[in-house]
Design a binder for this molecule. Structure first.
Ligand SMILES: NC(=O)c1ccc[n+]([C@@H]2O[C@H](COP(=O)([O-])OP(=O)(O)OC[C@H]3O[C@@H](n4cnc5c(N)ncnc54)[C@H](OP(=O)(O)O)[C@@H]3O)[C@@H](O)[C@H]2O)c1
Length: 331
């Protein structure tokens, strides 16, 4: 066999490998986003109640409403009592499902979980949506610019932004899971949906802390799914791109930016089809395109960091000018 024959065989195997990989990717995408429109899991089979954290606006509110629409009673967990009451009434009126509200601030850390456990006692919880999450800056910012971190006395850790972000984005996910998982294991069924982010798939400079907390959510979900799937528990990690919510300053909905209700509907369709998803076809396509056009070495390069920073500074400036102009008009 000549050297060229060997090269041809290696080339052939490589081509077949990539064609198979492409075919597998297409099948997974088709199953997740096309087939799932026709064939959906009956979410009531997991249990009577769904618990949603951060349920008073954005993605959490949309998940809570969609779960109620699909026949589940819903426990809403958030900070603001007024908003909780309002959303609960809305869900009861619109879908005729039972609701329960729990008012807590996830920033407070460990101290809130005994109270949540007490409220959840006796409920058959089939679904947990770990949605609550916070960012710390409207714009791309260096780690040392995380606002407020330095304004609090060093000994009072509970008031520090970094601790708050960790409590809200990471501690909540593991502690809420710990509260509901034993019941699910006992019944041999359950679904835990953890909302990560596209910046929890790959590291994102200038969003360092947020990105790191979301990578925690991604890994935690994947490991937990592997540990508990044989016990009948599905742990799904959802990693969206842009969804129009308060967090993204209610950006205009278009083919890139999803509305929260539409996102929650499509993402819930993927349950049973995938344990890791971007949530909707548009975000899955953006993920594929970005991973090709924006490889990690480029994403992490000083050049791109400088560019992102310049964009952030320019948009901050535009915003300030707009606000000043609005202020002048009002006067
Ligand atoms: N929007 C996006 O484009 C996007 C993209 C990727 C990932 N995500 C993730 O999706 C999740 C939801 O984001 P969102 O955009 O829907 O945010 P959002 O519109 O700001 O809603 C956040 C929800 O969490 C509640 N909340 C915030 N801080 C809380 C706290 N300390 N304790 C208790 N509840 C709290 C808020 O209610 P109260 O203010 O009443 O407490 C609200 O219901 C987050 O985990 C976020 O990281 C969002």
């Amino acid at each position: 066999m000549s050297f060229y024959d060997v090269l041809a065989i290696i080339g052939g195997f490589t081509l077949v490998f990539y064609l198979l990989k492409l075919a597998w990717g297409c099948w997974c995408g088709f199953r997740q986003f096309v087939l799932s429109e026709l064939w959906q899991v009956d979410l009531r089979t997991y249990g009577q109640w769904a618990v949603v954290t951060g349920a008073t606006s954005g993605i959490g509110k949309a998940y809570a409403s969609e779960l109620a629409r699909r026949g589940l009673d819903v426990v809403l967990v958030s900070r603001s009592d007024d908003k909780l009451q309002m959303i609960a009434e809305e869900i009861e009126d619109q879908y005729g499902r039972k609701t329960q509200i729990i008012q807590v601030d996830f920033k407070d850390g460990q101290s809130i979980y005994p109270a949540i456990a007490e409220e959840l006692q006796g409920l058959e919880i089939g679904i947990l949506v770990n949605n609550v999450g916070m960012s710390y800056s409207d714009h791309f910012a260096y780690f040392l610019e995380i606002p407020d971190a330095e304004q609090f006395p060093l000994y009072d850790y509970s008031d520090q932004k970094i601790t708050q972000v960790i409590n809200c984005n990471m501690l909540s996910v593991s502690q809420m899971t710990r509260l509901v998982l034993p019941g699910m294991v006992e019944r041999g069924t359950g679904l835990i949906i953890n909302i990560s982010s596209e910046v929890g798939v790959r590291p994102q400079p200038l969003l360092s802390l947020y990105s790191a907390t979301k990578i925690f959510v991604t890994y935690f979900s994947q490991c937990l799914h592997a540990e508990y799937k044989s016990k009948g528990i599905i742990v799904q990690c959802v990693a969206p791109f842009m969804v129009s919510t308060n967090m993204t300053r209610n950006m205009t909905v278009n083919c890139i930016v999803k509305s929260a209700p539409e996102f929650a509907r499509e993402a819930l369709n993927t349950v049973g089809h995938s344990s890791y998803t971007s949530g909707c076809l548009s975000h899955a396509l953006q993920n594929t395109v970005l991973s090709i056009l924006l490889p990690d070495w480029f994403r992490m390069s000083p050049f791109l960091i400088r560019k992102l920073r310049n964009i952030a500074t320019a948009s901050k400036y535009d915003e300030r000018v707009c606000k000043e102009k609005l202020g002048e008009k009002e006067e």
